[in-house]
Design a protein around this ligand. Structure first.
Ligand code: SAH
Length: 377
C-alpha cells in the first residue's frame, strides 16, 4: 500500500505548523523522520490523537518533554468544530461542523442493531452535477483536508461517548457531500486512518468509498487500498447515465465497469455495491432492470436500490413502492443480491442526497467548476 501524503500545511492551518491530524501512519513517520525522531513515535501519536482523542501535546505523557516541546513549536492538532446537532425521530444524528474559511459540512450517524454507520463528507459541495442530488445544486467549494475528513469520525465518536449510550462508529461510508475520488490524496490518508489498528481499527469491509465513477482514480485506488467500494450507477446504459450522472460523458460505462472489474480482482474478498436511485418513470422500468442484470453479468455484485429523497427544486419523484419491489424482484430473479435502502433521518434532512451544509449564509459560494474538480495530485 503506498500512502505517503506530502507534509504540507492544511488549508487554514497555522502557517509554519503541520496539522498532525492531516497525517496517516506513514505521514507521521515521515514527519518524525524530518525531526530526527524514531518512527515508532508515529504509533504513539496515532493512539493519542485517534484512540484517546487527546489533542493537547502537553498531555501526551509517554513522549519525552523535549519531544512535546518540539511538537508545540512546529505542529498542531486541529479539528473542525461543531455548530449544532440534530437527532431524528428514528435516532439518526446529524452534526454540522464548521471549517476554516467559513464553510460548513454535515456528517450523519445511523444507529442500527449491532452497528453504527457514519456517513462522512469529503468535499464542501460537489462539482459533479448529478441531476437528482441536492449537494450538486450548491456547486463546488473546496476539498476537505484529511483532518477535516477524519475529524468527522473523531468528533462523532467523541460525541457518542459523551452521551453514554454505548453507541459506536463501527462502519464508515463516504456517502456524504462530495466525490471522494476527486479528493484522492486526502481521502486515502483519512481511510488509512479509519482502518489503522492504532487509530480507529475499522475493518476494511466496513469502510466504504462511494464514487460516481472517476475512472483514473478508481484504477489508482486498486493499487493503493482495499476498502469496500460502492459505485453510483443509477442507469443501465450510457444514454441515460450521460443525462443523470453527467460524469459518464467523460468516463462511460464500459470504462467504469473495466475499472470495477480490476478493483474486484485486486481485492478478491470484495464485491461491488451498485447504488441505483429509483426515479419514477426515468430509470425504473422492467426493461431497465433486465438491462442492468445483463450489464453487471460476471461481476461479484450487490445492488442497492435507493428510494429517491426529494429536496426543494428537485425535478424527479421517487418510484412507487410496488415499482421498486418489482424492480428488485427482477434483479433477484437474475441472481443478484438486491436490497432496498431504508431512508433514515429524512426529517432532519440527513438522508442521501439531502446534505447541503444547511447554514448557507456561512458558506462562501464559488461558481461551479467546469470540470469534475478532479485532483490527480
Ligand atoms: N459522490 C459520491 C458519494 C456521495 S452521494 C457518489 O456519487 O457516490 C451518496 C449516494 O447517494 C450516491 O449513490 C448518490 O447518487 C445518492 N444520492 C444522491 N442524491 C440522492 C437523492 N436525492 N436521493 C437518493 N439518493 C441520492
Amino acid at each position: 500500500m503506498s500512502s505517503a501524503p506530502a507534509i504540507e500545511p492544511a488549508r487554514g492551518a497555522t502557517p509554519g505548523r503541520v496539522n498532525l491530524l492531516d497525517l496517516d501512519r506513514q505521514g507521521l513517520r515521515d514527519f518524525f523522520a524530518g525531526l530526527g525522531e524514531k518512527p515508532f513515535r508515529a504509533v504513539q501519536l496515532l493512539k493519542w490523537l485517534h484512540q484517546r482523542r487527546v489533542t493537547d501535546f502537553a498531555a501526551m505523557t509517554d513522549l519525552s518533554k523535549a519531544v512535546r516541546a518540539r511538537l508545540a513549536e512546529c505542529a498542531e492538532a486541529r479539528l473542525p468544530s461543531p455548530i449544532f446537532d440534530q437527532e431524528s425521530r428514528d435516532g439518526t444524528r446529524k452534526w454540522v461542523l464548521s471549517l476554516d474559511g467559513g464553510n460548513a459540512i454535515e456528517t450523519v450517524f445511523i444507529p442500527e442493531a449491532g452497528r453504527g454507520t457514519l456517513c462522512v463528507s469529503s468535499q464542501v459541495g460537489c462539482a459533479l452535477d448529478c441531476k437528482f442530488c441536492s449537494t450538486a445544486q450548491q456547486g463546488f467549494n473546496r476539498n476537505l483536508t484529511t483532518a477535516e475528513i477524519i475529524g468527522q469520525v473523531w468528533f462523532a465518536q467523541q460525541a457518542l461517548d459523551a452521551e453514554g449510550r454505548d453507541r459506536r462508529v463501527t462502519n464508515v461510508v463516504l456517502m456524504g457531500m462530495g466525490e471522494p475520488l476527486a479528493n484522492y490524496r486526502n481521502v486515502l490518508a483519512a481511510t488509512n486512518l479509519m482502518v489503522d489498528q492504532h487509530a480507529y481499527g475499522l475493518s476494511r469491509r466496513r469502510v466504504t468509498l462511494s464514487t460516481s465513477g472517476l475512472v483514473p482514480n478508481l484504477r489508482r485506488l486498486a493499487d493503493d487500498s482495499d476498502i469496500s467500494l460502492a459505485v453510483s450507477l443509477h442507469a443501465p446504459n450510457d444514454a441515460l447515465r450521460d443525462e443523470i450522472v453527467p460524469v459518464n460523458q467523460r468516463y462511460p460505462l464500459a470504462e467504469l465497469l473495466d475499472a470495477c472489474r480490476l478493483y474486484v480482482e485486486r481485492t478478491p474478498h470484495h464485491r461491488i455495491t451498485w447504488e441505483y436511485v429509483m426515479l419514477d418513470g426515468v430509470n425504473d422500468s422492467d426493461e431497465h432492470a433486465r438491462e442492468l442484470a445483463r450489464l453487471l453479468e460476471g461481476i461479484p455484485s450487490k445492488i442497492n436500490l435507493i428510494p429517491f429523497n426529494p429536496f426543494p427544486g428537485a425535478r424527479y419523484r421517487c418510484s412507487s413502492r410496488e415499482r421498486i419491489e418489482r424492480f428488485s424482484a427482477l434483479l433477484q430473479r437474475s441472481g443478484y443480491i438486491t436490497t432496498v435502502r431504508r431512508t433514515r433521518g429524512d426529517d432532519i434532512d440527513g438522508a442521501c442526497g439531502q446534505l447541503v451544509g444547511q447554514v448557507e449564509d456561512r458558506i462562501r459560494r464559488h461558481p461551479r467548476w467546469g470540470g469534475t474538480g478532479e485532483n490527480r495530485a
